[in-house]
Design a protein around this ligand. Structure first.
Ligand code: NAD
Length: 497
């Protein structure tokens, strides 16, 4: 069943002025048309920002716990529709139902967490250096937030940004990824149903260049939160930087798992398979590199290849399927390109390596779970983000070498070590240059109430999730109240006290 979707601006569902529409098709079955979406541009961005600015005048004054009540209702509605949301998400971006249910649950958790944060939003009260004077600081909203998101977590990532932005009293213009406009629309429908006033949340569908860039450039947008590729992130950062806007960037990764000889290999096997091939490897935290100690290398590779070859690849709506398609033809092409690069660099292909064809596979963009061994530090296969089901195995001789290899990329998002040695585990936690480190767990699996984000070229130092994102979406106001009834000069009159 296909629908004609619209933008949501100032509380109305409206078409784009161009009248042009873009199709959204299922990557597992291109005969399945989910809907068509407006091809918007600068005019729609301007209208949405104007609506958000107008709505900000009232929304910023709504007591935070009342804003929280609405977010709690959002969580309740999402819970009631969890299965429907998951099914549409699987249809539009391909990952299996188990994972799209998890993606939706992350949005639900984020809604309830945001609702609870509206009763905290803590700041500091400190002693003054002068008598009869009080020093207070508290959080203020910033204004209009421009939210730009990728397709791989089409519900969770927008909620990580939109809910805290709203909780802090900002209004929102949301530009979702072109591959996942239906899930994004559902989220906005739910926000409206829960009672978010008109103009407080607006959605504009369209491309990065036609909608994303004007949104970043718009003088009425005060803060930008972006998740996506490092390439787009750099463009956004320089454009927003030229206008001195606050920007949060969550970008690419080249995440690795270290497996030490003392590890529980069966446990590590489950973690590596889930990390590398869950979401068809299309997670920012996906396990892209496996750093194996030489003492367990051959045994673990044999275990891994045997399991990878048995992974059932297909349409994610089938509950027995373990890995869905690549999100689109472009992403499949990138995966194929990296398989050729890996072969050219001299790595050994030990599992997969090809797109899947024949029968139902011909209607989608499917690729085998793929493993290379003999990968050396510095190879492109080892350094560049692929965003597909390709795992590179690097053999090392020691823990120190493993950590050096793990750290030696431009990115620093997620990491993991499998070991039973508590000393090595804590050394890894200390020495790995990543925003996230798992001990005896896969590189994926963020929880809504913990900070999420990466070091180095994975971002610009901000964190999503947890309490930290509330700092990003608010300004600090410092207030001095002098109740001495006379002029007291800081730094000058202190000596007379
Ligand atoms: P992308 O950068 O192509 O697009 C992300 C969003 O930005 C889309 O909505 C797109 O339309 C928009 N966009 C693209 N160029 C833009 C520009 N110049 N100005 C404004 N907007 C622009 O990324 P994608 O293919 O959708 O997602 C995959 C990438 O996202 C991977 O690199 C992955 O690592 C990254 N990602 C990172 C995290 C994280 O938290 N670190 C999470 C998920 C995905």
């Amino acid at each position: 069943m296909s629908r004609e979707y619209k933008n949501f601006i100032a509380g109305e569902w409206v078409d784009a002025a161009s009248g042009e529409r873009v199709e959204n098709r299922n990557p597992a079955d291109r005969d399945d048309l989910i809907g068509t979406f407006p091809k918007s541009g600068e005019a729609e961005v301007n209208a949405a920002v104007a609506a958000a600015r107008e709505a900000y005048k009232k929304w910023r004054l709504v007591p935070a716990p009342i804003r929280g009540e609405i977010l709690k209702k959002v969580g309740d509605i999402m819970t009631a529709h969890k299965e429907d949301i998951a099914r549409v998400m699987t249809r539009e971006m391909g990952k299996v139902l188990k994972e799209t249910r998890g993606d939706t649950q992350e949005g639900i958790d984020t809604a309830y967490y945001a609702a609870s944060e509206t009763r905290r939003l803590f700041s500091h009260t400190t002693p003054s250096e002068l008598p009869n004077k009080m020093n207070i600081s508290f959080r203020m909203p910033i204004g209009v937030a421009g939210i730009i998101t990728p397709w791989n977590f089409p519900m969770a990532i927008p909620t990580w940004k939109i809910f805290p932005a709203l909780a802090c009293g900002n209004t929102v213009v949301f530009k979702p990824a072109s591959d996942t406009p239906a899930t994004a629309t559902t989220l906005v429908e739910i926000l409206a149903e829960a009672g978010v006033p008109e103009g407080v949340v607006n959605i504009v569908h369209g491309s990065g260049s036609k909608v994303g860039t004007p949104l970043v450039a718009h003088p009425g947008v005060n803060v930008i939160s972006f998740t996506g590729s490092s390439e787009a992130g750099k463009q956004i950062y320089s454009l927003a930087g030229s206008k001195l806007k606050r920007v949060s960037l969550e970008l690419g990764g080249k995440n690795a798992v270290i497996v030490m000889p003392d590890a529980d290999l069966d446990l590590a096997l489950e973690g590596v398979l889930w990390g590398a091939f869950g979401t068809t490897g299309q997670r920012c935290t996906a396990t892209s590199r496996l750093i194996l100690h030489e003492a367990v290398h051959d045994k673990f590779v044999a275990m891994l290849v045997e399991r990878a070859n048995r992974l059932k690849v297909g349409n994610g709506l089938d509950e027995s399927v373990e890995m869905g398609p690549c999100v689109n033809q472009g992403q499949l092409n990138v995966v194929e390109e990296y398989v050729q690069i890996g072969k050219g660099e001299g790595a050994q292909l030990v599992a997969g390596g090809s797109r899947l064809t024949g029968g139902a596979y011909d209607k989608g963009t499917f690729h085998q779970a793929t493993i290379f061994t003999g990968v050396k530090p510095g190879m492109r296969l080892e350094q560049e983000e692929i965003f597909g089901p390709v795992l590179s195995v690097i053999k090392v001789q020691s823990f120190d070498e493993a950590v050096t290899v793990l750290n030696d990329t431009a990115y620093g998002l997620s990491s993991s070590i499998y070991t039973r040695d508590v000393n090595l585990a804590f050394k890894a936690v200390r020495d790995i240059e990543c925003g996230i480190t798992y001990v005896n767990g896969p590189t994926i699996g963020a929880e809504a109430h913990m900070p999420f984000g990466g070091m180095k070229e994975t971002g610009n130092g901000h964190r999503e999730g947890g309490w930290q994102v509330y700092e990003f979406f608010s300004e600090t106001k410092t207030v001095y109240v002098d109740f001495s009834g006379k002029l007291q000069k800081a730094q000058i009159d202190t000596e007379q006290v």
